[in-house]
Write a protein that binds this ligand. Structure first.
Ligand code: BGP
Length: 498
């Protein structure tokens, strides 16, 4: 299984795992929390997309719109996203970190975690997003979590917005399209950075900010996703990110605020130059977001696109000073594998899925069609480091699998160990061979949680199994998988013993 690596990672390397409130925390209405955009998403399957439930307040009509459709056409006229009777909403209980945080953090400590990525659910702090005062119960909850982490010397890495825009902001303002959200967000970010001063050093503003491109409802509560609105929503998030960096420097110069990018490298299926151009153009849709937030400038290829499409931003001259002077301190990203694309017809093409692309004959895929790529992290790290020369952090990587509990009561996830061996080796090469500055690695979904893409429970990523099924049944009991003991050994040997 994999090759033996004899090099160690740097001593200060931040090993850990990652989660998001809406997929992990549950307790969706406890402690004064308001609804977030994720709370109106029902589950799907690996063949059916998740759906947003809605109602029309004037006519009383209710219905659902697929996750992809709402990103392209929005909701039917007059409809607003809403929680309806008769639907199952995976985020409402998730795997209940809210009531299991002590047990879960203990398990993380047992693995030797140096860091733990979690998100603060914005609607737990400001239930409607635009409230005057924060909800003390919400603030107190995360404080308890950070204190618990501190007990074990685990450094939190906090995402401020992980597909958790307060639903009221989507309904009343159309989401991030409205510039008022800049102030609401900066007020929220400032509130938490002040409150957790000395407890939290690392923040990320928007999870996978480039998902604004194809999932604007998830990424920014955008219910009317015209190209104009998506461009404006992204711009508003860039300004809010820069203002967060500025506020962090004033509150505590120790705080570092990073960008979070979904990085899915494209490969050409053929050597046709047209395919190469396709890759370049598709990657521009990703790089635009890091050029602005980490690079500090609007790239020309994007400005030209806006010009062609007649997109005009509602901007202020000072927006661009902020973007330039307060770019992200580091660039973090998610990367699960690569996507192969082509302009040609290919037999057996899975067809049109933005994550899967066409099947790469050199790579294995999981049950959801996601390719495992043993070289992807070295390639990603080099590309991003060359482009920005800023510290990097892999904050999501891992493999979704329908794990089974064996007769011996254990979970033998050797496929996950193999995936991680390959990916961690690739990351090691980027550090030791290429000299990339990498701060840390947090494997996605370290304790089993709900899938963001499908809402399924059976698409598991964790080192720890959680007893819960797709109907929401189960005891929520936690059981370490084989990979738990393997990762513990990896951390203890500073990545030498893979
Ligand atoms: C990223 C998200 C995560 C996460 C992960 C895995 O896009 O930031 O929230 O869930 O992908 O995706 P999925 O849950 O669809 O397997």
């Amino acid at each position: 299984m994999g090759r033996k690596i004899m090099a160690k990672f740097p001593k200060e390397f931040l090993w850990g795992g990652a989660t998001a409130a809406n997929q992990y925390e549950g307790a969706y209405l406890e402690g004064g929390k308001g609804l977030s955009t994720s709370d109106v998403l029902t589950n799907g399957s690996h063949t059916e997309p998740r759906r947003v439930t809605w109602k029309n307040p004037d006519t009383g009509e209710t219905g659902t719109t697929s996750f992809f459709e709402i990103g392209q056409k929005g909701l039917p006229n007059g409809a607003v996203p809403a929680v309806l009777d008769g639907y199952y909403y995976p985020s409402h209980e998730a795997t209940d970190f809210y009531h299991h945080y002590q047990e879960d953090i203990k398990l993380m400590a047992e693995m030797g975690f140096k860091t733990f990525r979690l998100s603060i659910n914005w609607a737990r702090i400001f239930p409607n997003g635009d409230d005057q005062k924060p909800n003390e119960e919400g603030l107190a909850f995360y404080e308890k979590v950070f204190q618990e982490l501190k007990k074990y010397g685990i450094e939190p890495l906090v995402t401020l917005s992980h597909y958790e825009t307060p639903l009221a902001l989507a309904i009343n303002y159309g989401g991030w399209v409205d510039r008022s959200l800049i102030d609401f967000f900066v007020n929220y970010a400032t509130t938490v950075m002040k409150r957790y001063k000395g407890l939290v050093k690392y923040y990320l503003t928007f999870n996978e900010i480039n998902c604004m491109e194809f999932m604007p409802f998830m990424a920014g509560g955008v219910t009317d996703p015209t190209p104009q609105n998506k461009a404006q929503a992204a711009h508003n998030q860039f300004v809010a990110s820069s203002l967060t960096v500025k506020a962090a420097r004033e509150i505590d110069p120790e705080i570092k605020v990073g960008q979070m990018l979904a990085y899915g490298p494209r490969y050409t299926y053929t050597c046709d130059p047209k395919d190469q151009l396709l890759v370049m153009e598709e990657m521009q849709d990703t790089f635009f977001y890091s050029d602005v937030q980490t690079g500090g400038y609007y790239p020309n290829y994007r400005l030209k696109y806006y010009e062609r499409e007649g997109i005009k931003l509602d901007d202020r001259p000072e927006d661009y000073d902020l973007i330039k002077n307060y770019s992200a301190d580091f660039l973090s990203f998610s990367c699960y594998g690569s996507t192969t694309v082509t302009t040609h017809e290919v037999d057996g093409n899975d067809g049109g899925n933005f994550i899967m692309g066409v099947k790469n004959p050199y790579l294995k895929t999981n049950a959801w069609g996601w390719a495992t790529d043993p070289a992807v992290l070295r390639l990603a790290l080099n590309t991003l480091y060359d482009r920005y020369r800023k510290p990097l952090w892999i904050v999501e990587n891992g493999i979704g699998w329908a794990d089974q509990v064996s007769e011996d009561g254990k979970i033998h996830d050797d496929y996950r160990i193999e995936y991680l061996q390959e990916n961690i080796s690739s990351m090691r090469d980027a550090i030791t061979i290429d000299g990339v500055d990498l701060m840390g690695y947090t494997m996605w979904g370290c304790i089993d949680l709900v899938s963001a893409g499908t809402g399924e429970m059976r698409k598991r990523y964790g080192f720890v199994y959680v007893d819960k099924d797709d109907e929401g049944k189960g005891t929520l009991a936690r059981t370490p998988k084989d990979s738990f003991y393997w990762y513990k050994k990896v951390i203890a040997s500073q990545g030498e013993d893979l």
